[in-house]
Design a protein around this ligand. Structure first.
Ligand SMILES: [Zn+2]
Length: 473
């Protein structure tokens, strides 16, 4: 359709024109011959033909809406973002092709150029919230929602299956890479200078933890650190293993960083905690639950907030593993004597806290070097964590004593997506996927908030990041 005159028409006329055009497309495509052919075929053929038709209609509708919008927003030449000089109109109608969620289409818009620094700009693209990608924002979002779950090649196949058109792995990868890079820029900016005060937490208690796992990044296995923060209670649930009542975790939120040192990870974790309400005056208590990783415990105090109680809990199952290792060294692994020693030690730990355990260790008399080493390690570990093993108190307070939420975070955020057979990542590629996956798994709001402010607009203009993440399988 020639839309140039539509810019001046009223909305009613435009609507009528668009409806006319849809009718024309249907009349053009849905010929008597096609209908004759389809009615003799099965429902799959009918539906695929209908989907194809709807994509044609969708693409034409998008093209019309976009072109009318372009014509209605003619403005003066913009100033160059690099050098701030006025830019020159070089093309009144530069064409751009898009792959969209509802169909493919092309549109034309004015294109400006900066003579001084060579920069080019189409202000309408900025207004539409599109970046350099060939995917529309809606298609990028849907592609990303697939690719946070499955390898890029499979995400492309799922898109093709669902939308009834061809989508390729490279384009899906580019969409994720760009969006993930924008997410990283936003996270870094928020880490440095929070834009707003922390939101009110969903309850008065937050539960949080950190851990590390690995992924194959830039040619070797590197640590990926994860963090999780959720609200604890006031709803309770029954723990199936201990049959006791404890507070349920609500609205967990996640963050992850590929190949990062502990000190570099902490600002990201603090940023996450802040998103969940850390720093808000309504917060009363922070429960920090973890396994024994020393880098985690030494940094817990960074979460301190005035008037907020911080309770640190050592994962009970890591404790039992250590107790069993000592028993194995002294009484033989899995021996009856080992069982006889371990059972009361663990029962006392749950009923009376860490002191009976430390006394039981104290009463052991090592005879071999192996026993001496195990005892020294265990005594050191349990003495360091004495104040993190007040299990009777935690259970009275209905707090969790196992770090299941943290371990589940490692698995669900990192391992399930980045550790498939043959997966190799660049650091930026891994970080891009991890950022989006964290948003996606955190909550629908987190994901929607990110996409609501048109992230593609800020995506790198050209693919800055080399495509060297490959995921097979
Ligand atoms: Zn310039």
């Amino acid at each position: 359709m020639n839309v140039s005159h539509l810019a001046l028409e009223d909305n009613h006329t435009i609507t009528q024109r668009i409806l006319d055009e849809v009718r024309d497309i249907l009349l053009e495509s849905l010929t008597a011959d096609l209908i004759t052919e389809l009615v003799d075929r099965d429902m799959d053929a009918m539906e695929q033909a209908t989907q194809h038709l709807l994509r044609l209609v969708g693409g034409r509708l998008m093209a019309t809406l976009v072109e009318v919008s372009v014509l209605r927003h003619v403005g003066p030449p913009p100033n160059c973002a690099q050098c701030n000089r006025p830019m020159r109109l070089v093309d009144r109608r530069r064409e751009r092709k898009m792959h969209g969620l509802v169909g493919d289409f092309a549109y034309s818009r004015p294109y400006f150029h900066c003579r001084a620094c060579g920069d080019g700009l189409a202000p309408d693209d900025e207004r539409f919230g599109v970046g350099a990608l060939s995917y529309t924002p809606a298609l990028s979002r849907v592609a990303a929602a697939q690719a946070v779950d499955v390898p890029f090649e499979r995400a492309a196949r799922k898109l093709s299956e669902t939308l009834g058109a061809d989508f390729c792995e490279a384009d899906v990868y580019r969409a994720v890479e760009s969006l993930g890079a924008v997410a990283e820029t936003e996270i870094q900016a928020e880490m440095a200078t929070p834009a707003a005060p922390p939101p009110a937490p969903d309850g008065d208690t937050l539960v949080m933890g950190m851990d590390g796992t690995t992924s194959h990044i830039e040619g070797a296995w590197h640590e990926v650190k994860v963090g999780v923060v959720g609200t604890l209670g006031p709803e309770t649930k029954r723990d199936p293993t201990t049959d006791r009542e404890l507070f349920a975790v609500k609205n967990p939120m996640y963050c992850a960083a590929a190949n990062t040192e502990a000190d570099a990870f902490m600002p990201r974790f603090l940023w996450l905690a802040r998103q969940a309400g850390q720093g808000h005056p309504a917060l009363r208590r922070v429960v920090f639950i973890n396994d024994g990783g020393p880098w985690i415990w030494t940094r817990a105090s960074q979460l301190d907030q005035e008037g907020v109680e911080r309770i640190e809990i050592l994962d009970y199952f890591h404790v039992t593993e250590h107790v069993w290792r000592v028993a194995g060294a002294f009484f033989g692994p899995q021996s009856l004597d080992a069982h006889a020693w371990v059972r009361p030690v663990l029962e006392n730990l749950l009923d009376h806290g860490p002191e009976p355990l430390l006394q039981a260790l104290n009463a052991l008399r090592p005879r071999t070097k192996d026993q001496k080493d195990e005892l020294r390690k265990a005594t050191g570990y349990f003495s360091d964590h004495r104040e993190h093993m007040r299990y009777p108190q935690y259970m009275d307070m209905k707090l969790p004593i196992a770090s299941g939420i943290v371990e589940a975070t490692c698995r669900s955020v990192v391992c399930q997506r980045t550790k498939g057979a043959g997966m190799r990542w660049s650091r930026m590629g891994a970080q891009a996927v991890l950022n989006l996956r964290c948003f996606y798994l955190s909550s629908h709001d987190r994901w929607r908030n990110f996409f609501d402010h048109r992230p593609l607009r800020n995506a790198p203009r050209v693919a800055l990041i080399r495509r060297d993440a490959q995921d097979a399988a």
